[in-house]
Design a protein around this ligand. Structure first.
Ligand SMILES: [Zn+2]
Length: 493
């Protein structure tokens, strides 16, 4: 019987963020061991669910020692990295031997002790299982793929959509390649190439035709070659000061014909040639407020994205600049999701529904990104912050934001949470009985993922970059010391 180990260890590391990804950070999102991995992840639109389903269909025996995922933040602590690594190594030692490994990774994990978290993990695994047991790993579209990762894993398959709505599908592709490998019909080997860029392919956006959809189409054309099993493109995660930060092209070849490097280089060249093209326009806060006020009221909300403080890219999630702009603009019938402020959420809970409270809201982690807002508000709802995503992204996945309150101040319902989350599902509002469709304006802490759930209900989407946030696009405001130079846009052009 074929025996497969499934494990997940994800993190997108914003090395400029001062909050570490420690055990608490993983517990706040997902730290699942043994049977709980399958219990929690089955029937979700995720990689782990796809791996489990694939193995069930094939009749393969599986072990899943651990799945760990934390919100993007500062580096993963060494203790956390070793904790996950050791659970996997322990399973390999005591529950093996295994015929193959299916791993759910991100690809942009930096740690306290290494800037290549995935390479470090794969090296430890290879040391234990040797070179012959095939490893397939899925990656986020925003991975910063290192040469070491490509050397140590046989198969690397990144997402192809941003918003990431194809996690289940890419994991199925990766598992399918493992099946063919075990059948002896292919011998996969991954080749990676990167360009002299921090960021590329329009940051990977696939919601409109642009550099990313173009380069993916070029990658797909390579699949007519019998020696190309998969061709992927990662846009890179630019808020990471690591040597290999930046976009990459990945060719999973059948064996090494010596030509796969050139194929990947051509994809990288295409990303380079279109480095100036952006399919989104960001607005300053005042400009955005003026646009909102000019808009004619309709039966759909205007959706504002708080681009510069996106917890999904390592933003603190308690930046107050956009919320302050909305309050100053006296917007009526608006909702804001979310502000991370456990103290404020608890205070609201303790005072109870209907209470009038004075809050110094948000701005706690680094007031440079918007100081605490002194507001007088009414507690409109208190929840335990738990719900399941409705999708399209990661539908079915359980969320636990901890104690959560909705406060109303000057016509704006603000969702205040005890944990940091990117708002890419309507349930962040709906679980607290806020219907985004009934609002004139809905603001979300998200850069792009929100589009999966909110674009269909939006009269208009405005992407607001208030500047100064940890996920603002002005890379020149950050101090890069480790990234290879020269690199666009810091040096080139
Ligand atoms: Zn991503």
């Amino acid at each position: 019987m074929t025996r497969v180990l499934i494990a997940g260890f994800k993190h997108e590391t914003n090395t400029f963020c001062r909050q570490p990804a420690d055990m608490n950070a993983y517990r706040a999102r997902a730290l699942l061991l043994g049977d709980d991995v399958a219990k929690s992840m089955r029937n979700t639109r995720t990689e782990i669910a796809a791996f489990l389903d694939f193995c069930t269909t094939e009749g393969w025996e599986v072990r899943h020692p651990i799945h760990a995922n934390a919100m993007p933040s500062g580096p993963v602590t060494q203790a956390m990295h070793e904790y996950v690594r050791d659970h996997i190594l322990e399973s390999l030692r005591t529950e093996g031997p295994f015929d193959a490994l299916l791993l759910c990774l991100h690809g942009a994990m930096a740690c306290e002790h290494t800037e290549d978290g995935e390479g470090e993990l794969l090296a430890a695994i290879r040391e234990q299982i040797g070179p012959d047991v095939p490893i397939a790993a899925t990656l986020d579209l925003h991975a910063n793929v290192t040469d070491r990762m490509a050397e140590l894993a046989d198969i690397l398959v990144p997402y192809r959509t941003y918003p990431h709505i194809d996690q289940y599908e890419v994991a199925t592709v990766a598992a399918g390649l493992i099946k063919r490998t075990l059948a002896g019909t292919i011998k996969p080997k991954t080749t990676v190439r990167r360009g002299a860029m921090l960021d590329g392919a329009d940051h990977g956006r696939t919601t409109t035709q642009g550099p990313m959809t173009d380069v993916l189409a070029s990658a797909d054309r390579l699949l007519v070659r019998p020696d190309v099993l998969a061709a992927g493109v990662c846009a890179g995660f630019p808020w990471a000061d690591t040597h290999d930060t930046g976009p990459t092209a990945l060719i999973v070849g059948d064996g090494d014909t010596g030509e796969h490097g050139a194929l990947a280089d051509a994809l990288v060249q295409e990303i380079w040639d279109k480095r100036h093209i952006s399919t989104i326009q960001t607005l300053g806060i005042e400009e955005a407020m003026a646009r909102v006020k000019q808009a004619r009221p309709g039966n759909k909300p205007i959706v504002l994205a708080d681009f510069a403080d996106n917890p999904g890219g390592g933003g603190y999630g308690d930046g107050t600049r956009l919320l302050k702009g909305m309050l100053d603009a006296n917007l009526a019938n608006a909702a804001f999701g979310t502000i991370y402020d456990p103290g404020a959420a608890e205070l609201c809970r303790d005072n109870g529904l209907g209470a009038i409270v004075h809050l110094d809201l948000g701005g706690r982690t680094d007031p440079a990104y918007g100081a605490p807002l002194s507001v007088r508000c009414t507690v409109k709802a208190v929840t335990n912050g738990q719900f399941r995503m409705e999708g399209p992204m990661t539908a079915g996945l359980q969320v636990d934001m901890g104690t959560t309150a909705v406060v109303t101040t000057d016509g704006i319902d603000v969702v205040v949470t005890s944990r940091r989350f990117q708002v890419y599902d309507q349930m962040f509002f709906r679980h607290a009985r806020i219907d985004p469709l009934l609002k004139n304006v809905v603001a979300v802490k998200s850069a792009h993922h929100f589009r999966a759930a909110f674009q269909p209900i939006a009269a208009e989407v405005l992407v607001v970059d208030g500047g100064g946030g940890l996920t603002s696009r002005n890379y020149r405001e950050l101090t890069y010391e480790k990234v290879r130079r020269p690199v666009y846009p810091l040096d080139l052009d």
